[in-house]
Write a protein that binds this ligand. Structure first.
Ligand code: ADP
Ligand code: ZN
Length: 622
């Protein structure tokens, strides 16, 4: 076998020799240069400083704590919230020759003893622990008289109640500051929300830490939001663009997750469900399959995704509206961590707005929190209803200016027409008002377009002036008008009154013609993909063509069989970016391999021969 599958890791440097960060980056990770502010963070922490790192997903946060841990004396302790992911994280580190281990409740007694022994023998570079364990006295005692390189607090937004992944155990982590003065701490998150950021600094006692933050733009993600029409067919058309890739489909309810997964399988798309109501073993198995297989659609509630570092998630689809712009950003952000082109898509309609509002109104939160939740939802609606660039709207929400026209979202690729809907808005608002603010959209639209039916007759609505006043527009357009009025905050839905529409005070200005109303023209959903793509594979989208693509597929097959044998996700062997470089550069000998991004000394040792053999065979075969 050309690679080694034992657990021993290669010790690349002496135990206490000073290591240079750039040297570590090259020799261990196989990358030639730091990205963005990585170097600044690394140098700051190596020098003993505390840091708060706020970079988007895919920016390369992991190296920001891993490299300082390798450059400083002692073991780096990484606090990470998800036991289920630790094994893969540790395995990925071992693959590059780093001595890593995890200490958590999933270990057997013997395994835990082995980890403890390695720790006290100074034979670990990185140790992953859960927050629950990190705060215990026992743990403090265990590492009490050891050299500690640093504490890294991953997914640091879990400390904030404001965010959507609150984990009470994170609250105790400020004890690390007092228990281990002088050990640098670095907190990392992809959360862009200013309030959550403030919480992290406050709650984790990082007031004197240096804050590193970067743009939250995810340039490799293409955004698309469509009006929901026939959601399943729409979803199927979206998924048809991803022939051989994995992705996530988010649904709001567990039942919908189950149904959708089952339906997709019936349509020939391999899909597995994931939600918090499932048996734990089964849930973990589905998560594992998602990480290890190459062509799987995971249908999930938001219970899935945090901390998933699978780099090649090629798409994220939303069948239901998330609760806030931040949640939408986080969930879609799980696509394209490797920087390769990825697409996110959402189908959305009036029913979502009503449902989300109801969840807020009927939730048990205090009024003040409800008010905040409503405004968070509204900021997402603004993104949904924008006629401008989606990326610009998303970044604006996080206080970041973007010139717009990104050329990489549905509204940029196919500009949305707007229409002056002031007259229509007045009619719609009058329809609500004249029927006594007691009815839902369906009935008000019936009145506007002049439908004679049992209900319009029974309430005498066939005789009021607005009856038939909106005959000039089809019911479909009225649906769109009401959805947008709701998103604009001109009307609201009263859940206590069975979903009756009510006027908001802002509606007055429209009635008095003091305010012009512009609506988006909804696109007829002809089913054509916006970009007119056929079912392009992810590789074709990453500029691979002809024989490069053929070779890529061969390399991919080799990676898959190695990964299967080692029982690790394929990306732990090599990420797609490395395979793409191999397919394009076609190195012929061992020395050339080191120039390929993602191939450091350890991986070259393990897999170099195997992949060179694939390239050789391909070149010979012509
Ligand atoms: P984050 O945690 O910020 O989401 P990761 O640490 O998972 O991002 O890194 C995302 C991807 O980018 C990984 O595949 C990683 O190996 C790669 N990467 C990180 N830093 C660099 C770099 N300096 N050069 C090339 N690739 C990098
Ligand atoms: Zn755009």
């Amino acid at each position: 076998m050309p690679y080694s599958d034992d657990d021993s890791t290669i010790l690349l440097f002496g135990n206490d020799g000073a290591r240079n960060p750039l040297d570590v980056l090259k020799r261990i990770y196989g990358y030639s240069a730091f990205r963005g502010q990585q170097q600044a963070v690394v140098e700051h922490v190596v020098a003993g400083g505390d840091a708060v790192v706020l970079f988007p997903t895919g920016a390369g946060k992991s190296l920001c704590f891993q490299i300082p841990a390798l450059c400083r004396k002692g073991v780096g302790i990484v606090v990470s919230p998800l036991i289920a992911l630790m094994r893969d994280q540790v395995e990925a580190l071992k693959q590059v020759g780093i001595r890593a281990a995890a200490l958590n409740s999933s270990l057997s007694r013997d395994e835990a003893i082995a980890v403890r022994r390695a720790l006290s023998a100074d034979a670990l570079d990185l140790l992953y622990v859960t927050p629950e364990r990190a705060v215990t006295d026992g743990f403090a005692e265990m590492i009490g008289d050891m050299d500690i390189a640093l504490f890294a607090i991953d997914e640091a937004h879990c400390v904030s109640q404001w965010g959507h992944d609150f984990r009470p155990e994170y609250r105790g982590l400020d004890c690390l500051a007092s228990r281990f003065p002088g050990v640098p701490r670095i907190a990392l998150t992809a959360t862009a929300d200013p309030h959550t950021r403030g919480d992290i600094i406050e709650r984790l006692a990082l007031r004197s830490a240096r804050v590193f933050s970067s743009s939250f733009d995810r340039p490799n993600i293409a955004y698309e939001i469509v009006e929901r029409d026939q959601p399943r067919q729409q979803l199927l058309r979206f998924l048809s663009r991803f022939k051989d890739s994995s992705g996530i489909v988010y649904c709001l309810s567990r039942a919908k997750v189950e149904d959708t997964a089952e339906w997709l399988n019936g349509q020939g798309i391999r899909a597995l469900p994931y939600h918090a109501g499932m048996d734990r073993t089964l849930r973990d198995r589905h998560q594992d399959a998602f990480l290890k297989e190459e062509n799987l659609c995971l249908v999930a509630t938001v219970a899935f995704g945090m901390g998933i570092d699978k780099p090649d998630v090629r798409y994220v689809a939303h069948l239901d509206l998330p609760g806030s712009a931040e949640a939408y950003y986080q969930e879609t952000g799980r696509a394209g961590r490797d920087g390769l082109p990825s697409e996110v898509w959402m189908a959305y309609g009036m029913a979502d707005v009503i449902q989300r509002r109801r969840m807020i109104d009927e939730g048990g939160a205090p009024d003040e929190i409800k008010r905040i939740e409503r405004s968070k939802l509204n900021s997402l609606l603004a993104i949904c209803e924008t006629a401008g660039c989606r990326r610009q709207a998303i970044l604006a929400h996080f206080g970041e200016a973007h010139p717009g026209r990104c050329g990489h979202c549905d509204t940029c690729l196919k500009p949305v027409e707007t229409w002056d809907g002031t007259e229509a808005a007045i009619k719609a608002l009058a329809g609500v008002y004249r029927t006594g603010e007691r009815f839902g959209t369906g009935h008000v639209i019936d009145v506007l377009i002049g439908t004679v039916n049992e209900k319009t007759e029974r309430f005498g609505h066939v005789d009021i002036p607005v009856f038939g006043a909106g005959k000039d527009l089809p019911a479909r357009t009225w649906q769109s008008v009401f959805r947008q009025l709701l998103a604009m905050g001109l009307i609201t839905v009263d859940h206590a009154a069975f979903g009756a529409l009510k006027l908001e005070p802002e509606a007055r200005a429209v009635f008095k013609r003091e305010r012009q109303v512009l609506f988006r023209k909804d696109r007829p959903s002809s089913g054509k993909a916006t970009r007119g793509q056929k079912s392009a594979s992810a590789r074709e989208r990453s500029d691979l063509a002809g024989s490069d693509l053929e070779l890529f597929e061969k390399l991919r097959a080799e990676r898959f069989s190695i990964a299967r044998e080692l029982n690790v996700p394929p990306y732990v062997v090599f990420p797609d970016t490395t395979l793409i470089a191999l397919a394009k550069e076609r190195p012929r000998d061992f020395d050339d391999l080191i120039d390929i991004p993602g191939i450091g000394e350890s991986k070259r040792e393990r897999y170099g021969e195997a992949f060179l053999a694939v390239i050789d065979a391909f070149e010979e075969g012509g």
